[in-house]
Structures are given as structure tokens and as C-alpha cells.
Design a protein around this ligand. Structure first.
Ligand code: UD1
Ligand code: MG
Length: 454
């Protein structure tokens, strides 16, 4: 990379069509806000400086970006006077920067870093301005890219300003472009708003650049990649496109998805090789599934690690902090939160494990419950290696069960259990000989007497 790179991400639109109290660019695709997608893409392209242009109407966007990139990454556009005006708002934040700037929209989360790289490649090949275009199915509303015979981009005309002949052009502007920073701002200073919308169009820099001797070139992407999300319907379309991409990536990486369309990924899901994912699985953010593991049907995972050759599900819920080592086996209707399972530990049925450390090869019987919460604080349960927790044991934390110890079924364990011991904490059983037979006889007689009454 010869020149330095910076990014300007436009996020000052109102997003009214989303019909939401949440600003548009904070809506999520694949569990990641759209503005974070745009920032990720810029960072993946080595943009050292990133400026997000926000409006005064959405302090939440500003706070969100500041928390990630710091106050220096914020530029405020006080009034939405057009995309050119919005980029100019970033000028002060880029003071002193020398190199290329890529401009993109915060509501187009699917634009890939590889695609941005193609714009930088055009710049490296001598293009003054590099524009990302696409062939629109229905070009209505988009800016049209007007090329000369040699493929040079001469001008971008906005739909509202276009003649019928220009509107017949299907090659459209995605909104992403790259140019030298100083050139871009000098061209922007010449942009006027004497057009159909009365706005300062960023797109005018192409025609102005041509008059100043800067040639413009176009790289193209598929429409699906540059899709902007302005409404819930478009958000769902972007989500579907993301899921298709993530499913393919998981399979390309060597995972088997038995029914890919029923498996949902997050932006950061990591799936190893020879992993099998059965139908109906949802991966929330922060999940790692290591090589050879199996995630069985109808499971929900977030913030969790499934170790190599481990098996979870069907019907498992792994919540944040669930960390399962190699060959752990978790069966149906088990919930695990903030708990570690060491190698080959098992909980096969109907169990809740929260705030716990389970030792290697320990076995948690059906219906084991860690009672980790007293309404105010959380407490930890520690289960030693090779321990055997009898079915329906309640472990009242803080409590430790030593290595190789047993707990009797139905026990409520409130005190630490030493290693190799058995702890039983339940009512003692007694048998009353003949009680059931006597009870039956008495009840049957009472019933017969009632029926006999007139
Ligand atoms: C823009 C492009 C058009 C392109 C289309 C692709 C211009 C003049 N037109 O049109 O060529 O085909 O996008 O979707 O650039 N924004 C601000 N401040 C503003 C105005 C806009 O931050 O004052 C942001 C919006 O939040 C949005 C983006 O810029 O993310 C595009 O704005 P929008 O009004 O949707 O532009 P279009 O008219 O669709
Ligand atoms: Mg638009």
C-alpha cells in the first residue's frame, strides 16, 4: 500500500422509512450494527483515519461511534444539505491527512472489503476518482454513470436531473467512491446546489474533476452487495444476503450444514472444519465452534465456545461465558451460562449450569440445577473432576463438590462435599407396610356408600 488511506462514512440521514426509535444505522445485520459494518470494512482496507458523518438528530449514533473510535472520528453535519455537503463536514476531521479517501454510506452493510480494494486498485492504476457502480434491476432514483466510448466516467447525473436518454442508462452509482483527499475537497468546494433537489451532490465531483483534468473510472459490484437499507424490508433483504454469505463461508471452510437455510449466523461466528450443524440452529454474537464439533438441532448459542469434538444439543441454550472444552457432551434441554466444562464433562439432560466450573469427565445427572442467584448476587459452583452429580441435585452456590465425589439423587447440596465422598441431603425414606391397600379399601367403601344413597 503506497498511499495512506482514510474513510468517510456518511450516516447523517434521518432514516425515517425505518419507522424506528433507533437510528437507521444502528439497526443490525448479522448481529452487527450497520455503521459498525461500514467501519469494519474501512478498517479491513487499512484505513488509518475513519470519519463518520452524523446528524444532529441522532446523538445515539454519535455516542456509538465515539465509544468505538473516539471523538476524533466524528464529524457533524448540522443540516442535511446533500451528500457533497456531508463529505465536506468531514474535512476538518481529516486535517493534515494526505492520501486516498474512500467515501461510503453507513446504511450499506454488505459492501465487502475486496470491493473497496478494487477502487483503490483503480486509483493505483491512475484514475483520479474511482466510483463503484452497479447494473440496477430498476434504476429509478439512482444516479446514472455516464461513460464515454473508452469506458471513462464523464459525469454522474442524478435521476431527478436526468434526461430520458440518460435515465435509460442502467449503470448506477452505488455511492462509494475513492479519490485523493486534497483533490476531493478541492472539487467539493466547487460543487453547487443548482439542481432538481437543491442539494450539494457528492456525485458532481466527477464532472468537475474531468474539467480539472482528473479522470474517473468505474468498478462494478452486484446490486445485492451495494443494497442500501432504508426500511425494514430492505433490512431483512440485507440480513438474508448476509446469511447466505455466512452459510457459504462456513461450508467453504469445511463445515457440514445439513439444511443451510435454517442455520443463522452472526457477523463474528467462527465455525471450524468438520463441524456438523443440524437444522434450526441460531448463532448469536461471539460463538466459536471448534473442529469436529457437532451442534445438534434447535439450539441457540451466543458468547460461547464449543471445543473440538464436543457435541451440544438438540435443544441446547448456550449463553455468554459458556466455555466447553474438548469432547464435552451437552444433551437436550440444557442451559449453560458463564460456566466452564473441562474435557469430556457431560450434562446430558434437563440441566441448568450457571456461574460454575465443571471438572474433566464430571457427569451431571438429569435435572441438575446450580442455584447461583439469591436475588442480589451471583455465586459460583465448583465441581471437581470425575465427580458424579445425581439426578435432580440442587447445588446451592457458593459450593464445591470435590473430585470423584457423588451426590445422591434429589439432594439439595448447601455445604462443600469433600473429594471421594458421597453427599446425600434429602428426606429419609420410610415404608409403611399395608398403607396403600388400607387406603384403597377405605376410599372404595366411602364411594360405594355415597352411590347407594337415594
Ligand atoms: C445517492 C447518490 C446517487 C446514488 C444513490 C445510491 C448523490 C447526490 N446521489 O442518492 O447517485 O445512486 O445515493 O443509493 O450522492 N446523507 C448525509 N447527509 C446528507 C444527505 C445524505 O449524510 O445531507 C447520507 C445518507 O444518510 C445516506 C447517503 O448519504 O446514507 C445517501 O443519501 P441519500 O439521500 O439516500 O442519496 P440518494 O438521493 O439516494
Ligand atoms: Mg438513498
Amino acid at each position: 500500500m503506497s498511499r495512506q488511506r482514510a474513510a468517510v462514512i456518511l450516516a447523517a440521514g434521518q432514516g425515517t422509512r425505518m419507522k424506528s426509535r433507533t437510528p437507521k444505522v444502528l439497526h443490525k445485520v448479522g448481529g452487527r450494527t450497520m455503521v459498525d459494518w461500514a467501519i469494519d470494512t474501512a478498517q479491513a482496507q487499512g484505513c488509518a483515519r475513519i470519519v463518520v458523518v452524523v446528524g444532529t438528530h441522532s446523538p445515539e449514533v454519535r455516542a456509538h461511534v465515539e465509544a468505538r473510535l473516539g471523538a476524533g472520528a466524528i464529524a457533524v453535519q448540522d443540516q442535511p444539505l446533500g451528500t457533497g455537503h456531508a463529505v465536506r463536514a468531514a474535512q476538518a476531521a481529516l486535517a493534515g491527512f494526505e492520501g486516498d479517501v474512500v467515501v461510503s454510506y453507513a446504511d450499506a452493510p454488505l459492501v465487502r472489503p475486496e470491493t473497496i480494494a478494487r477502487l483503490f486498485a483503480l486509483r493505483d492504476a491512475g484514475a483520479g476518482i474511482a466510483v463503484l457502480g452497479f447494473e440496477a434491476d430498476d434504476p429509478t432514483g439512482y444516479g446514472r454513470l455516464l461513460l464515454d466510448e473508452s469506458g471513462v466516467l464523464t459525469r454522474i447525473v442524478e435521476h431527478k436531473d436526468a434526461t430520458d436518454a440518460e435515465r435509460a442508462v442502467r449503470l448506477c452509482n452505488s455511492g462509494v467512491l475513492a479519490a485523493d483527499c486534497a483533490v476531493l475537497f478541492s472539487l467539493l468546494s466547487m460543487v453547487r446546489n443548482d439542481n432538481a433537489k437543491g442539494e450539494y451532490y457528492l456525485t458532481d465531483v466527477v464532472g468537475l474533476g474531468r474539467s480539472s483534468g482528473f479522470s474517473a473510472r468505474v468498478a462494478t459490484a452486484l446490486e445485492a452487495e451495494v443494497l442500501g437499507c432504508n426500511s425494514r424490508v430492505e433490512l431483512a433483504q440485507a440480513e438474508a444476503a448476509f446469511q447466505a454469505r455466512a452459510r457459504r463461508a462456513a461450508m467453504d471452510g469445511g463445515a457440514t450444514l445439513i439444511d443451510p437455510n435454517t442455520v443463522y449466523f452472526s457477523w463474528d461466528t467462527r465455525i471450524g472444519q468438520d463441524v456438523t450443524v443440524e437444522p434450526g440452529v441460531f448463532f448469536g454474537p461471539g460463538v466459536v465452534v471448534e473442529d469436529g464439533a457437532t451442534v445438534r438441532a434447535w439450539s441457540h448459542l451466543e458468547g460461547a465456545r464449543v471445543g473440538p469434538e464436543a457435541s451440544v444439543g438438540p435443544f441446547v441454550r448456550l449463553r455468554p461465558g459458556a466455555d466447553l472444552a474438548r469432547k464435552v457432551k451437552i444433551g437436550n434441554f440444557v442451559e449453560i451460562k458463564n460456566a466452564t466444562f473441562a474435557e469430556a464433562a457431560q450434562a446430558s439432560h434437563l440441566t441448568y449450569v450457571g456461574d460454575a466450573d465443571v471438572g474433566a469427565r464430571a457427569n451431571l445427572g438429569c435435572g441438575t440445577i446450580t442455584c447461583n442467584y439469591d436475588g442480589f448476587d451471583k455465586y459460583r459452583t465448583v465441581i471437581g473432576e470425575d465427580a458424579f452429580i445425581g439426578s435432580d441435585t440442587a447445588l446451592v452456590a457458593p459450593v464445591t463438590v470435590g473430585a470423584r465425589a457423588f451426590t445422591g439423587s434429589g439432594s439439595v447440596i448447601t455445604k462443600d462435599v469433600p473429594a471421594d465422598a458421597l453427599a446425600v441431603a434429602r428426606g429419609r425414606q420410610k415404608e409403611v407396610e399395608g398403607w396403600a391397600a388400607a387406603f384403597r379399601a377405605r376410599k372404595a367403601a366411602e364411594k360405594a356408600a355415597r352411590k347407594a344413597k337415594p
